[in-house]
Design a protein around this ligand. Structure first.
Ligand code: FAD
Length: 394
């Protein structure tokens, strides 16, 4: 078997054949026939000049392969091939694959077993870098989001991926491998972190990503990440996750429910909508639980987003002088709007953050729909089966 390589591909189902990528390629590595626009791996130098001009994101596709697809093969494609489970076949791969897959399965178990991606979501790249082939990023910044003394140290970390092609979608996670060894003398396993920036970068058209990381007392990886300084190197694997993805459909109503760092993917969702459909109104709702406003990541920037674009319901359980409010209380407070939204086939629910909130959210939806004379269980099943109900809790 050949050494694995990352092959850059163009999704024929999304590509509009505008040839902007072809014009941007300085070395003629992109070509076309009457059907498809394709990347010639014999020539591609991974400069990424082609990425920015693509209006659809069709260009944002990579597969890890042991034999590269020829341009003749690509000319014939009606759709991209699946990512083969390649890393699992390689030394060092299976254990990590399994460990990460178990973490993700466990995190998604609240959605009731195997779920589907939204129909209009882009096709994600997954497992691009595994433990046998991790990638090094460089820290561009580490900014504390929560107030000193708030009892919670949550950081916004920006990581530059340099010239490594690293294609992500909103809702995906990466793994960080902390330096050093565990008690058994083995290298630490990666910990998963949701990406909090959108697909085209923290800064638009930039190959960087951001994370939202909470320092856990005695936690190996969270302390490593929260202590990172500008220009430090960080070892990453991923991206991971092929179901907890944002729908591309601009008509989608997205109900986002989170606590703490569960806000990370929702920051990415919101930024992606701001960049691609800034004039849409009344399509996004965010229910955000935290102890207090000074421990709620991104509180300041969130407050500046108009409610018409992103309806925000902050649910603070320890805000001085205010009654205790949890996410389920926030949901009940919006019963009328939610009951209406849940009848619509374009409505999506995403729940992310602490596992402990699942029960309250479930009870609240049950109550809301029962008051509206509807069966929440049936609605949830329908939503889940059509890729519109997603849970990621840890
Ligand atoms: C899909 C997914 C997405 C995630 N996204 C995010 C995210 O966006 N942001 C985020 O911050 N986290 C996220 N997490 C959680 C993250 O992966 C880690 O679990 C978290 O950062 C803790 O890792 P750690 O290495 O710091 O802790 P570990 O070293 O793994 O320790 C685990 C826990 O044990 C406790 N512990 C360890 N040693 C001791 C000790 N000696 N005494 C007492 N307690 C101890 C720690 O406090 C910690 O809570 C996500 C998890 C999943 C599954």
């Amino acid at each position: 078997m050949n050494a694995p390589v990352k092959q850059h591909l163009i999704d024929p189902e999304i590509c509009i054949r505008c040839h902007a990528c072809e014009e941007a390629c300085p070395i003629g590595a992109i070509t076309h026939n009457d059907d498809n626009v394709v990347v010639d791996m014999e020539k591609c130098g991974h400069c990424l000049n082609c990425i920015g001009p693509c209006p659809t994101g069709a260009i944002d596709n990579w597969r890890v392969v042991d034999r590269t697809y020829s341009i003749e093969e690509q000319f014939e494609w009606m759709e991209l091939p699946e990512q083969q489970d390649f890393a699992a076949e390689n030394e060092g791969g299976p254990a990590l694959d399994e460990a990460i897959q178990n973490l993700l399965n466990e995190a998604h178990s609240g959605a009731g077993g195997a779920t589907r991606a939204p129909q209009s979501a882009s096709m994600p790249v997954i497992n691009q870098h595994m433990i046998s082939d991790p990638v090094k990023g460089r820290v561009q910044g580490n900014f504390r989001l929560t107030e000193e003394g708030s009892g919670s140290d949550v950081r916004h970390i920006i990581i530059d991926m340099g010239d490594h092609p690293f294609s992500i979608l909103e809702g995906q996670s990466i793994g960080i491998i902390p330096p050093g060894f565990d008690g058994a003398g083995k290298p630490h396993l990666p910990r998963l972190y949701s990406i909090s920036s959108p697909r085209d970068g923290e800064r638009p058209k930039t190959n960087n990503i951001s994370l939202t990381v909470k320092r856990e007392e005695h936690g190996i990886c969270s302390n490593h990440v929260c202590d990172l300084e500008r220009d430090d190197e960080v070892v990453l694997v991923g991206p991971f996750g092929s179901t907890f993805l944002m729908p591309n459909d601009p008509d989608a109503n997205i109900i986002m429910i989170c606590t703490g760092t569960g806000s990370a993917p929702f920051r990415a969702f919101t930024m992606q909508r701001q960049r691609t459909a800034p004039d849409l109104a009344n399509k996004l709702m965010l229910f955000f639980g935290a102890r207090s406003s000074d421990s709620l990541p991104y509180f300041g920037p969130l407050e500046k987003i108009p409610d018409s674009f992103l309806k925000k319901v902050f649910c603070l359980s320890r805000e001085p002088g205010e009654p205790k409010k949890y996410v389920q209380d926030g949901l009940i407070g919006e019963s009328a709007a939610l009951a209406k939204l849940l009848e619509e086939p374009e409505t999506y629910i995403y729940i992310c953050g602490l596992k402990a909130m699942e029960e309250g959210v479930e009870t609240a939806f049950g109550e809301i729909m029962s008051k509206a004379g509807r069966d929440w269980h049936k609605i949830k099943t329908l939503m889940r089966e059509s890729g519109r109900y997603h849970v990621e809790t840890y």
